[in-house]
Design a protein around this ligand. Sequence first.
Ligand code: AMP
Length: 273
Amino acid sequence: MQQTADDLRKEGKRIGFVPTMGYLHEGHLALVRKARELSDIVVVSIFVNPTQFGPNEDFSKYPRDLERDQNLLEQEKTDIIFFPEKNEMYPERYFTFVQVRELEDHLCGLSRKGHFIGVATIVAKLFNIVKPHYAVFGRKDYQQLTIIERMVRDLNMDIEIVPFPTVREENGLAMSSRNTYLSPEERERGLLIYTSMKKAEELFKSGERDAAVLKKEAERILSSGSGVDIEYVSISDAETLTELVRIQKKAVLAIACRVGKTRLIDNTILTEA
Ligand code: AMP
């Protein structure tokens, strides 16, 4: 892959990259289309990265279907699908990790210790292998996007990070490979995340700037159906991810919940006008 990337660069081709863990859905494919728009060559990686899963998380049962993913990517005219093996990425005696401090100490980083070290490490490795000009990331994983943007800046990586809006199902549920774990009834309950976010957003638009009021309203809606366990409802500074009391600049309302055994996250940006 590295040799191919070198050759493409020598030919003056612009490389666009979409890293994924596979089990692709419309959200992933929208990122691929964005990469296509920006570049001559589109590379998509599929790798369920073990270092970003905690010991009690779903690494072994994370959904996988390479053949289906390959078909979907071929329909999108993806030029290169990169699907390395675990021991190619982490051979024996692998010692090096990338940590983006501060930004990992909020939101999902609080309950998923070490998760973002795994994410930053694999993305840095993939960037060195694929050598992209552009890399497209979904806003659905807002903290991940923020961390990758910071890593690129702090480590002087010559790559443009392109954020992409969250792609949702018709009813508003954010698309996720993990949605496949949900029973039809859990899907209904999962919708409360979107409803609660929209309600808080409405209050914000009508002038409410007290973060506690918005969070309380979102929590009220989330708790209205049984079977949604709130992990956090947070309103934080969109850049530093520190929790806000009053919303005076661009903020992100982020939610993490468990619906049955499935952990779901979503977020929306709260900004003037
Ligand atoms: P994953 O395969 O879940 O690691 O996600 C790979 C990329 O797709 C990441 O940049 C995610 O933020 C992005 N992504 C996942 N779900 C969505 C979605 N519903 N809308 C937009 N981007 C998404």
